[in-house]
Design a protein around this ligand. Structure first.
Ligand code: SF4
Ligand code: SF4
Length: 397
Protein backbone atom coordinates (compact mmCIF):
# COMPACT_ATOMS: atom_id res chain seq x y z
CA UNK A 1 0.00 0.00 0.00
CA UNK A 2 1.39 3.43 -1.01
CA UNK A 3 2.04 5.91 1.80
CA UNK A 4 1.59 8.90 -0.60
CA UNK A 5 -1.45 11.01 0.16
CA UNK A 6 -3.90 11.50 -2.76
CA UNK A 7 -3.52 14.92 -4.45
CA UNK A 8 -6.10 17.42 -3.24
CA UNK A 9 -8.41 18.65 -6.01
CA UNK A 10 -8.06 22.40 -6.67
CA UNK A 11 -10.94 24.38 -5.16
CA UNK A 12 -13.68 25.45 -7.56
CA UNK A 13 -12.85 29.15 -7.40
CA UNK A 14 -15.64 30.15 -9.77
CA UNK A 15 -18.22 28.46 -7.56
CA UNK A 16 -16.69 30.06 -4.45
CA UNK A 17 -16.81 33.54 -6.01
CA UNK A 18 -20.33 32.98 -7.33
CA UNK A 19 -21.65 31.78 -3.98
CA UNK A 20 -20.07 34.70 -2.14
CA UNK A 21 -21.54 37.15 -4.69
CA UNK A 22 -25.00 35.54 -4.55
CA UNK A 23 -25.16 36.08 -0.81
CA UNK A 24 -24.77 39.81 -1.52
CA UNK A 25 -27.33 39.87 -4.38
CA UNK A 26 -24.56 40.26 -6.98
CA UNK A 27 -23.64 38.35 -10.13
CA UNK A 28 -20.14 37.41 -11.31
CA UNK A 29 -18.44 36.17 -14.47
CA UNK A 30 -14.79 35.44 -15.15
CA UNK A 31 -12.60 37.05 -17.81
CA UNK A 32 -9.03 36.16 -18.64
CA UNK A 33 -6.56 38.86 -17.60
CA UNK A 34 -5.05 39.12 -21.08
CA UNK A 35 -4.73 42.82 -21.99
CA UNK A 36 -7.73 44.23 -23.91
CA UNK A 37 -5.81 45.36 -26.98
CA UNK A 38 -8.88 46.33 -29.01
CA UNK A 39 -10.26 48.36 -26.09
CA UNK A 40 -6.94 50.12 -25.68
CA UNK A 41 -7.03 51.13 -29.33
CA UNK A 42 -10.66 52.24 -29.13
CA UNK A 43 -10.00 54.31 -26.00
CA UNK A 44 -6.91 55.91 -27.48
CA UNK A 45 -8.84 56.77 -30.68
CA UNK A 46 -11.76 58.22 -28.63
CA UNK A 47 -9.39 60.33 -26.51
CA UNK A 48 -7.50 61.54 -29.58
CA UNK A 49 -10.81 62.36 -31.30
CA UNK A 50 -11.77 64.62 -28.39
CA UNK A 51 -14.82 62.68 -27.15
CA UNK A 52 -13.56 62.77 -23.55
CA UNK A 53 -11.64 66.05 -23.39
CA UNK A 54 -13.21 67.09 -20.07
CA UNK A 55 -11.53 64.15 -18.31
CA UNK A 56 -7.90 64.54 -19.44
CA UNK A 57 -7.50 60.86 -20.34
CA UNK A 58 -4.47 59.93 -22.41
CA UNK A 59 -2.66 57.00 -24.01
CA UNK A 60 -1.03 56.05 -20.71
CA UNK A 61 -4.48 55.80 -19.11
CA UNK A 62 -5.73 53.63 -22.00
CA UNK A 63 -2.69 51.35 -21.69
CA UNK A 64 -3.11 50.95 -17.92
CA UNK A 65 -6.89 50.49 -18.08
CA UNK A 66 -6.65 47.72 -20.64
CA UNK A 67 -4.12 45.61 -18.70
CA UNK A 68 -5.13 44.08 -15.32
CA UNK A 69 -1.44 43.44 -14.58
CA UNK A 70 -1.16 47.15 -13.74
CA UNK A 71 -3.41 46.38 -10.76
CA UNK A 72 -1.86 43.05 -9.78
CA UNK A 73 1.41 41.68 -11.18
CA UNK A 74 0.98 38.16 -12.51
CA UNK A 75 -2.79 38.59 -12.96
CA UNK A 76 -4.40 35.57 -14.64
CA UNK A 77 -8.12 36.23 -14.27
CA UNK A 78 -10.58 39.03 -13.56
CA UNK A 79 -13.68 38.24 -11.52
CA UNK A 80 -16.19 40.80 -12.87
CA UNK A 81 -18.99 41.69 -10.47
CA UNK A 82 -22.35 43.38 -11.15
CA UNK A 83 -24.43 44.75 -8.29
CA UNK A 84 -27.92 46.12 -9.06
CA UNK A 85 -28.68 49.53 -7.57
CA UNK A 86 -31.91 50.85 -9.09
CA UNK A 87 -34.61 51.99 -6.69
CA UNK A 88 -38.00 53.45 -7.58
CA UNK A 89 -38.02 57.27 -7.34
CA UNK A 90 -39.53 58.76 -4.18
CA UNK A 91 -43.15 59.86 -4.64
CA UNK A 92 -44.45 63.43 -4.43
CA UNK A 93 -42.01 65.62 -6.28
CA UNK A 94 -42.53 69.33 -5.51
CA UNK A 95 -41.97 72.20 -8.01
CA UNK A 96 -38.49 73.64 -8.54
CA UNK A 97 -36.78 70.39 -7.74
CA UNK A 98 -33.73 69.12 -9.61
CA UNK A 99 -32.98 65.54 -10.44
CA UNK A 100 -30.08 63.31 -9.42
CA UNK A 101 -29.07 60.14 -11.22
CA UNK A 102 -30.21 56.95 -9.48
CA UNK A 103 -26.67 55.75 -8.75
CA UNK A 104 -25.98 58.82 -6.59
CA UNK A 105 -29.07 58.71 -4.38
CA UNK A 106 -27.45 56.82 -1.53
CA UNK A 107 -24.48 57.31 0.75
CA UNK A 108 -21.32 56.67 -1.27
CA UNK A 109 -21.86 53.42 -3.15
CA UNK A 110 -18.11 52.78 -3.26
CA UNK A 111 -18.21 51.88 0.42
CA UNK A 112 -20.83 49.14 -0.04
CA UNK A 113 -19.24 47.99 -3.31
CA UNK A 114 -15.85 47.63 -1.65
CA UNK A 115 -17.45 45.55 1.13
CA UNK A 116 -18.99 43.20 -1.45
CA UNK A 117 -15.77 42.93 -3.49
CA UNK A 118 -13.65 42.46 -0.38
CA UNK A 119 -15.94 39.63 0.79
CA UNK A 120 -15.52 37.78 -2.52
CA UNK A 121 -11.75 38.43 -2.52
CA UNK A 122 -11.43 37.09 1.03
CA UNK A 123 -13.29 33.90 0.10
CA UNK A 124 -10.86 33.34 -2.81
CA UNK A 125 -7.79 34.11 -0.69
CA UNK A 126 -9.00 31.71 1.99
CA UNK A 127 -9.59 28.94 -0.53
CA UNK A 128 -6.15 29.51 -2.08
CA UNK A 129 -4.45 29.69 1.30
CA UNK A 130 -2.59 32.87 0.31
CA UNK A 131 -3.33 36.46 -0.78
CA UNK A 132 -4.04 36.11 -4.52
CA UNK A 133 -6.44 39.00 -5.19
CA UNK A 134 -6.74 42.76 -5.49
CA UNK A 135 -10.02 44.58 -5.81
CA UNK A 136 -10.80 47.43 -8.21
CA UNK A 137 -13.79 49.74 -7.90
CA UNK A 138 -13.10 53.11 -9.50
CA UNK A 139 -9.85 53.06 -7.48
CA UNK A 140 -7.56 52.12 -10.36
CA UNK A 141 -7.89 52.52 -14.11
CA UNK A 142 -9.55 49.40 -15.52
CA UNK A 143 -11.74 49.14 -18.60
CA UNK A 144 -14.43 47.48 -16.53
CA UNK A 145 -17.10 47.44 -19.20
CA UNK A 146 -14.78 45.71 -21.67
CA UNK A 147 -13.80 43.05 -19.14
CA UNK A 148 -17.42 42.57 -18.04
CA UNK A 149 -18.41 42.02 -21.69
CA UNK A 150 -15.47 39.68 -22.27
CA UNK A 151 -16.60 37.68 -19.23
CA UNK A 152 -20.19 37.47 -20.46
CA UNK A 153 -21.50 39.37 -17.43
CA UNK A 154 -23.54 41.40 -19.92
CA UNK A 155 -23.16 43.18 -23.22
CA UNK A 156 -22.34 46.81 -23.89
CA UNK A 157 -25.44 48.50 -25.28
CA UNK A 158 -25.72 51.44 -27.64
CA UNK A 159 -26.00 53.66 -24.56
CA UNK A 160 -22.48 52.35 -23.76
CA UNK A 161 -23.48 50.81 -20.42
CA UNK A 162 -23.19 47.11 -19.66
CA UNK A 163 -26.59 45.40 -19.79
CA UNK A 164 -26.83 42.38 -17.51
CA UNK A 165 -29.51 39.92 -18.73
CA UNK A 166 -30.52 39.49 -15.10
CA UNK A 167 -30.28 43.03 -13.75
CA UNK A 168 -30.45 45.38 -16.75
CA UNK A 169 -28.03 48.30 -16.97
CA UNK A 170 -28.51 49.94 -13.56
CA UNK A 171 -25.59 48.03 -12.09
CA UNK A 172 -22.41 48.98 -10.32
CA UNK A 173 -19.41 47.16 -11.73
CA UNK A 174 -16.39 46.08 -9.73
CA UNK A 175 -13.56 43.65 -10.27
CA UNK A 176 -11.34 41.28 -8.37
CA UNK A 177 -8.07 40.78 -10.22
CA UNK A 178 -6.41 37.52 -9.25
CA UNK A 179 -3.33 35.44 -9.94
CA UNK A 180 -5.52 32.32 -9.77
CA UNK A 181 -5.94 30.45 -13.00
CA UNK A 182 -9.74 30.43 -13.25
CA UNK A 183 -11.05 29.36 -16.67
CA UNK A 184 -12.88 32.28 -18.30
CA UNK A 185 -16.59 32.42 -19.12
CA UNK A 186 -17.70 32.99 -22.70
CA UNK A 187 -18.94 36.40 -23.90
CA UNK A 188 -22.70 36.62 -24.51
CA UNK A 189 -23.90 36.32 -28.07
CA UNK A 190 -26.12 39.38 -27.70
CA UNK A 191 -26.32 42.85 -29.20
CA UNK A 192 -28.96 45.59 -29.24
CA UNK A 193 -30.05 44.49 -32.72
CA UNK A 194 -32.21 47.07 -34.47
CA UNK A 195 -33.22 48.87 -31.24
CA UNK A 196 -32.26 52.56 -31.07
CA UNK A 197 -34.49 53.76 -28.22
CA UNK A 198 -31.65 55.17 -26.16
CA UNK A 199 -30.29 57.07 -29.15
CA UNK A 200 -33.66 58.73 -29.72
CA UNK A 201 -34.13 59.48 -26.02
CA UNK A 202 -30.82 61.28 -25.57
CA UNK A 203 -31.59 65.02 -25.50
CA UNK A 204 -28.10 66.13 -26.51
CA UNK A 205 -27.40 63.67 -29.34
CA UNK A 206 -24.45 62.25 -27.39
CA UNK A 207 -25.14 58.68 -28.49
CA UNK A 208 -24.01 57.99 -32.02
CA UNK A 209 -25.93 54.72 -32.42
CA UNK A 210 -22.77 52.73 -33.11
CA UNK A 211 -22.15 51.83 -29.46
CA UNK A 212 -20.01 54.94 -28.92
CA UNK A 213 -20.66 58.19 -27.11
CA UNK A 214 -19.48 61.76 -27.44
CA UNK A 215 -18.98 62.35 -23.71
CA UNK A 216 -18.61 66.10 -24.33
CA UNK A 217 -22.35 66.17 -25.04
CA UNK A 218 -23.47 63.75 -22.31
CA UNK A 219 -25.40 65.41 -19.46
CA UNK A 220 -23.77 63.06 -17.00
CA UNK A 221 -20.38 64.47 -17.96
CA UNK A 222 -21.63 68.04 -18.35
CA UNK A 223 -22.94 68.08 -14.77
CA UNK A 224 -19.63 66.78 -13.42
CA UNK A 225 -17.17 68.96 -15.29
CA UNK A 226 -15.66 71.87 -13.38
CA UNK A 227 -15.64 74.48 -16.12
CA UNK A 228 -18.50 76.13 -17.97
CA UNK A 229 -21.22 74.00 -19.53
CA UNK A 230 -21.23 74.97 -23.21
CA UNK A 231 -24.00 77.51 -23.70
CA UNK A 232 -25.59 75.68 -26.61
CA UNK A 233 -26.04 72.53 -24.47
CA UNK A 234 -27.46 74.09 -21.29
CA UNK A 235 -31.10 73.98 -22.37
CA UNK A 236 -30.78 70.23 -23.01
CA UNK A 237 -29.56 69.56 -19.47
CA UNK A 238 -33.16 70.03 -18.30
CA UNK A 239 -33.61 69.44 -14.57
CA UNK A 240 -30.58 67.18 -14.07
CA UNK A 241 -28.19 68.48 -11.42
CA UNK A 242 -26.06 65.34 -11.26
CA UNK A 243 -25.87 62.66 -13.92
CA UNK A 244 -28.63 61.58 -16.28
CA UNK A 245 -30.57 58.31 -16.60
CA UNK A 246 -32.70 58.97 -19.68
CA UNK A 247 -31.03 56.50 -22.04
CA UNK A 248 -31.18 53.72 -19.48
CA UNK A 249 -34.75 54.39 -18.44
CA UNK A 250 -35.99 53.69 -21.98
CA UNK A 251 -33.81 50.61 -22.48
CA UNK A 252 -36.10 47.54 -22.91
CA UNK A 253 -33.84 44.94 -21.23
CA UNK A 254 -33.43 47.31 -18.28
CA UNK A 255 -37.20 47.90 -18.12
CA UNK A 256 -37.82 44.15 -18.20
CA UNK A 257 -35.34 43.39 -15.43
CA UNK A 258 -36.67 43.37 -11.89
CA UNK A 259 -33.57 43.22 -9.72
CA UNK A 260 -33.77 43.61 -5.97
CA UNK A 261 -31.28 46.33 -5.16
CA UNK A 262 -29.47 46.49 -1.85
CA UNK A 263 -31.31 48.77 0.61
CA UNK A 264 -28.01 50.65 1.06
CA UNK A 265 -28.43 52.12 -2.45
CA UNK A 266 -31.88 53.60 -1.84
CA UNK A 267 -32.50 57.34 -1.37
CA UNK A 268 -32.46 58.33 2.29
CA UNK A 269 -34.99 61.08 1.51
CA UNK A 270 -36.90 62.58 -1.39
CA UNK A 271 -34.34 65.40 -1.52
CA UNK A 272 -31.58 62.87 -2.29
CA UNK A 273 -33.27 62.16 -5.62
CA UNK A 274 -34.98 65.53 -6.15
CA UNK A 275 -33.05 68.30 -4.35
CA UNK A 276 -34.67 71.74 -4.00
CA UNK A 277 -33.01 73.95 -6.61
CA UNK A 278 -33.20 77.22 -4.66
CA UNK A 279 -31.60 75.48 -1.71
CA UNK A 280 -28.80 74.12 -3.93
CA UNK A 281 -28.26 77.58 -5.41
CA UNK A 282 -27.28 78.87 -1.96
CA UNK A 283 -25.20 75.85 -0.95
CA UNK A 284 -21.86 76.75 0.60
CA UNK A 285 -18.95 74.44 1.34
CA UNK A 286 -19.61 73.70 5.02
CA UNK A 287 -23.21 72.63 4.38
CA UNK A 288 -22.17 70.84 1.20
CA UNK A 289 -19.66 68.75 3.16
CA UNK A 290 -22.21 67.92 5.84
CA UNK A 291 -24.82 66.90 3.32
CA UNK A 292 -22.90 65.31 0.45
CA UNK A 293 -19.47 64.27 1.79
CA UNK A 294 -20.54 60.63 1.97
CA UNK A 295 -22.35 60.49 -1.37
CA UNK A 296 -21.26 60.09 -4.98
CA UNK A 297 -21.85 63.87 -5.38
CA UNK A 298 -19.23 64.64 -2.79
CA UNK A 299 -16.12 64.81 -4.94
CA UNK A 300 -16.78 67.89 -7.09
CA UNK A 301 -17.65 70.46 -4.44
CA UNK A 302 -20.40 72.98 -3.84
CA UNK A 303 -19.54 75.30 -6.75
CA UNK A 304 -20.35 72.67 -9.37
CA UNK A 305 -23.71 71.93 -7.73
CA UNK A 306 -24.60 75.64 -7.54
CA UNK A 307 -23.72 75.99 -11.24
CA UNK A 308 -25.92 72.99 -12.07
CA UNK A 309 -28.76 74.38 -9.95
CA UNK A 310 -28.55 77.66 -11.91
CA UNK A 311 -28.86 75.79 -15.22
CA UNK A 312 -31.79 73.70 -13.96
CA UNK A 313 -33.53 76.85 -12.67
CA UNK A 314 -33.09 78.47 -16.08
CA UNK A 315 -34.65 75.41 -17.66
CA UNK A 316 -37.55 75.39 -15.18
CA UNK A 317 -38.70 78.72 -16.71
CA UNK A 318 -40.36 79.63 -13.44
CA UNK A 319 -40.39 83.33 -12.56
CA UNK A 320 -40.70 82.45 -8.88
CA UNK A 321 -36.96 81.74 -8.92
CA UNK A 322 -35.96 85.17 -10.31
CA UNK A 323 -35.53 87.01 -6.96
CA UNK A 324 -33.19 84.26 -5.67
CA UNK A 325 -31.26 84.24 -8.94
CA UNK A 326 -30.99 88.03 -8.79
CA UNK A 327 -29.53 87.89 -5.26
CA UNK A 328 -27.12 85.12 -6.20
CA UNK A 329 -25.95 87.04 -9.29
CA UNK A 330 -24.89 89.84 -6.94
CA UNK A 331 -23.42 87.72 -4.18
CA UNK A 332 -22.18 84.32 -5.34
CA UNK A 333 -18.39 84.23 -4.85
CA UNK A 334 -17.74 81.98 -7.88
CA UNK A 335 -17.62 83.58 -11.35
CA UNK A 336 -18.53 80.18 -12.83
CA UNK A 337 -21.81 80.21 -10.92
CA UNK A 338 -22.59 83.87 -11.65
CA UNK A 339 -22.04 83.22 -15.36
CA UNK A 340 -24.61 80.40 -15.37
CA UNK A 341 -27.03 82.46 -13.28
CA UNK A 342 -26.85 85.17 -15.94
CA UNK A 343 -27.72 82.57 -18.54
CA UNK A 344 -30.62 81.31 -16.40
CA UNK A 345 -32.04 84.82 -16.04
CA UNK A 346 -31.76 85.34 -19.77
CA UNK A 347 -33.55 82.05 -20.38
CA UNK A 348 -36.39 82.90 -18.00
CA UNK A 349 -36.56 86.26 -19.67
CA UNK A 350 -39.12 88.10 -17.54
CA UNK A 351 -38.94 91.90 -17.10
CA UNK A 352 -37.52 91.44 -13.61
CA UNK A 353 -34.91 88.98 -14.93
CA UNK A 354 -33.93 91.52 -17.58
CA UNK A 355 -33.67 94.27 -14.96
CA UNK A 356 -31.54 92.02 -12.74
CA UNK A 357 -29.11 91.44 -15.59
CA UNK A 358 -28.84 95.14 -16.37
CA UNK A 359 -28.46 95.95 -12.66
CA UNK A 360 -25.60 93.48 -12.17
CA UNK A 361 -23.54 94.57 -15.18
CA UNK A 362 -21.92 97.75 -13.75
CA UNK A 363 -20.66 95.99 -10.62
CA UNK A 364 -19.40 92.85 -12.37
CA UNK A 365 -15.65 92.80 -12.93
CA UNK A 366 -15.11 89.24 -14.15
CA UNK A 367 -14.83 89.28 -17.96
CA UNK A 368 -16.44 85.85 -18.45
CA UNK A 369 -19.44 86.79 -16.30
CA UNK A 370 -19.77 90.15 -18.05
CA UNK A 371 -19.79 88.34 -21.37
CA UNK A 372 -22.56 85.98 -20.14
CA UNK A 373 -24.63 88.91 -18.86
CA UNK A 374 -24.22 90.76 -22.12
CA UNK A 375 -25.17 87.65 -24.12
CA UNK A 376 -28.25 87.16 -21.92
CA UNK A 377 -29.24 90.80 -22.34
CA UNK A 378 -28.76 90.59 -26.11
CA UNK A 379 -30.97 87.49 -26.20
CA UNK A 380 -33.75 89.50 -24.51
CA UNK A 381 -33.42 92.68 -26.52
CA UNK A 382 -36.16 91.74 -28.89
CA UNK A 383 -38.59 94.60 -29.17
CA UNK A 384 -41.95 94.57 -30.86
CA UNK A 385 -43.22 97.58 -32.80
CA UNK A 386 -44.31 99.37 -29.62
CA UNK A 387 -40.87 99.14 -28.06
CA UNK A 388 -42.02 96.76 -25.33
CA UNK A 389 -39.63 94.08 -24.20
CA UNK A 390 -40.48 90.75 -25.78
CA UNK A 391 -40.40 88.37 -22.82
CA UNK A 392 -40.39 84.61 -22.90
CA UNK A 393 -43.48 82.70 -21.93
CA UNK A 394 -42.71 81.56 -18.40
CA UNK A 395 -44.63 80.72 -15.25
CA UNK A 396 -45.81 83.70 -13.24
CA UNK A 397 -43.42 85.70 -11.06
S1 SF4 B 1 -26.80 59.86 -19.89
FE1 SF4 B 1 -28.31 61.30 -20.78
S2 SF4 B 1 -27.12 62.74 -22.01
FE2 SF4 B 1 -25.78 60.95 -21.55
S3 SF4 B 1 -26.03 59.62 -23.30
FE3 SF4 B 1 -27.57 58.97 -21.80
S4 SF4 B 1 -29.43 60.15 -22.33
FE4 SF4 B 1 -27.71 61.10 -23.37
S1 SF4 C 1 -32.24 51.13 -25.58
FE1 SF4 C 1 -32.08 49.56 -27.13
S2 SF4 C 1 -30.28 50.17 -28.33
FE2 SF4 C 1 -30.18 51.29 -26.41
S3 SF4 C 1 -28.90 50.01 -25.11
FE3 SF4 C 1 -31.03 49.45 -24.69
S4 SF4 C 1 -31.39 47.72 -26.04
FE4 SF4 C 1 -29.57 48.72 -26.78
Amino acid sequence: MSSERPERAAPDYRAIARESARREGAAIAIASAEPETATRQRMAAAFAGGSFTAWRYDDAYAAAASDPATILAGARAVVCVAVPFAHAPPAGRAPLRGRVSNYAWSADYHVRMREILAGIARALDRAAGAPVTRIACDTAPLAERAFAARAGLGWVGKHTNVISPEFGSFVFLGEIVTTLDIPPDAPLKKTCGACTRCVGACPTGALRGDYTIDARRCISDLTQRTDAIPRELRAFVGDWVWGCDLCQLVCPPTQRASPRADAAFGPGSSAAAFPALLDLLGLRNSEFKRRYRRTALGWRGATVLRRNAAVALGNALDRASVPALERALESDPAPLVRAHIAWALGRIGSPRAFAALLGALPGESDPAVREEIEAAVRSLETFDGSGALGCRRTRSE
